[in-house]
Design a protein around this ligand. Structure first.
Ligand code: GDP
Ligand code: GDP
Length: 458
């Protein structure tokens, strides 16, 4: 049985839109059992490689107004009872409404895991609602746009442990029926304790050497030729182990298309790359050492940074470089010039063809992942801010200084900082860069995209 996830929230927050996005065209069954459940739809949902049953509780807006609240309550309670987790959706543009608060109260009484989604958060429109959502007490809300497909990777992160847990419980259940010696079973690390794999994707422009690298990493040709899971239309990831650490390598167009090697009609499809990037925690951007940092390379790097993924740059085909000192200089100049938004990113020279530098590359990937997860305490941040205000205060605009009052890091993956201040709109871009660079250096966050936003407040 797949895990069951219920979508809950007041009318009009985007539940159906989310449902449709997760189910796509694969709507399996429409549950039209008479009675309270007639508003519920169930579908086979898929998110990356996760599969689960999704229950939509939308349709309440057509409900009998007299007892709307009662019906909501019945719906909610029933859906929660059946679910392994609940997606609690609010409208980030509208902020937290009394009706949301009502649902929150119901949800607070259950043991079912709750994932809070602040929907309609595309662009910046949802920012204030997002911060209000922190106050609901369900942990970090996920900023989503069901309509535009944003925030799906964060949703994946939140669902993965839950769905893994449900699947592991099922595995254990099956095992319990057989006669397993307990001590032996412990030696074999039960399914429930399996390590969460690092999700990696390899991108780069055509001919940079992605397929060669992937095949070298996996040490076999199955991605190229085999009918195995890796290349079927449905499956989009391959699991492998590097130095005892689990890695899930996500498919990109470049991987799958290699099933037909000769067809080099690989114009980089931004949509495909984007899809792979969204599901990755760490993105390895592969460049060709003989022509590194071309325009398209920079576009890909920029895409990865804007998506807020951890990243590592692989300078592939290093075996072809004759004057390595000169090449190093070119790389270092280019990174100085172009990679400000990911200053300090690990750049690894390697050769996929000859299998050189792959350990270094993976080590860099795990290290980028750690930085990407780093969280700084509010106390340390504000002590740092105090120093900044003394030595490098914001410039005065029209004779008035912007007051920076408070600094906090509500999110990781990537690190996201929020400055509470007066008149944020008057702060120059250069000051934001100054703060980001300062945060990066002081709190040791090399190479990761850093988010900084301002909130007006006291
Ligand atoms: P439900 O009543 O909770 O099922 O909400 P719907 O899915 O029917 O969505 C309500 C309205 O919000 C529709 O007009 C959607 O197009 C819109 N909507 C849903 N998701 C988003 C989103 O991510 N961004 C924006 N801007 N609108 C959205
Ligand atoms: P993709 O389009 O990014 O998947 O690139 P491929 O893996 O198909 O590689 C493109 C070409 O570069 C092929 O001819 C490879 O043999 C070659 N290539 C890939 N990696 C290396 C490398 O590390 N060194 C050298 N010399 N050639 C490489």
């Amino acid at each position: 049985m797949p895990a069951t996830i219920a979508i809950i929230g007041r009318p009009n927050v985007g539940k159906s839109t989310l449902f449709n996005r997760l189910v796509g065209k694969r709507l399996a069954l429409v549950d039209d059992t008479p009675g309270v459940t007639r508003d519920r739809r169930a579908g086979d949902a898929r998110l990356g490689d996760l599969k689960f049953t999704i229950i939509d509780t939308a349709g309440l807006e057509e409900a009998d107004q007299r007892s709307l609240e009662g019906r909501m309550r019945a719906q909610t309670e029933e859906a929660i009872a059946d679910a392994d987790a609940v997606l609690f959706v609010i409208d980030a543009r509208a902020g937290v409404t009394p009706s949301d608060a009502h649902f929150a109260n119901l949800l607070r009484r259950t043991d079912t895991p709750i994932i809070l989604l602040a929907n309609k958060a595309e662009g910046r429109a949802g920012e204030s609602g997002l911060y209000e959502a922190f106050g609901l007490g369900f942990g970090d809300p996920i900023a989503m746009s069901a309509e535009h497909g944003e925030g799906l990777a964060d949703l994946y992160d939140a669902l993965l442990p839950i769905i893994d847990g449900v699947e592991a419980a099922e595995d254990t259940g099956a095992e319990a029926k057989t006669d397993v010696d307990v001590e032996d079973a412990e030696d074999e690390a039960p399914a429930g304790s399996r390590e969460r794999p690092l999700r990696v994707t390899i991108v780069g422009r055509p001919n940079a050497g992605k397929s060669t690298l992937i095949n070298r990493i996996l040490g076999e040709d199955r991605l190229l030729t085999g009918p195995e899971a890796g290349i079927t239309r449905d499956s989009i990831s391959v699991d492998w182990v590097w130095n005892d650490r689990h890695v899930k390598l996500f498919d990109t167009a470049g991987i799958r298309r290699k099933a037909r090697v000769q067809e080099k009609l690989e114009k980089l499809s931004v949509a495909d790359a984007l899809r792979a990037i969204k599901f990755a925690e760490v993105v390895i951007v592969t460049l060709d050492a003989t022509i590194p940092f071309e325009k398209q390379d920079l576009q890909i790097i920029d895409l990865v940074a804007r998506e807020g993924r951890a990243l590592v740059i692989a300078i592939n085909k290093w075996d072809l470089v004759e004057d390595r000192a000169a090449a190093m200089q070119v790389i270092s100049d280019a990174s100085e010039r172009y990679l400000n938004q990911i200053r300090g990113v690990r750049i690894v020279t390697m050769s996929g063809l000859h299998g050189r530098g792959i350990d270094k590359l993976m080590e860099a990937a795990f290290s980028a992942y750690e930085v990407w997860n780093r969280r700084v305490s509010t106390g340390r941040l504000n002590r740092w801010l105090d120093g900044v205000l003394i030595h490098h205060p914001p410039p005065a605009v029209a004779g008035r200084r912007v007051k920076l009052r408070y600094l906090t890091q509500p999110k990781t993956r990537p690190p996201h900082f929020v400055v509470f201040c007066s008149r944020p709109e008057t702060l120059p871009e250069s000051y934001t860069r100054y703060l980001v660079n300062g945060l990066r250096e002081t709190f040791d966050m090399p190479g990761t995209p850093i988010r900084l936003s301002y909130r007006k407040g006291d």
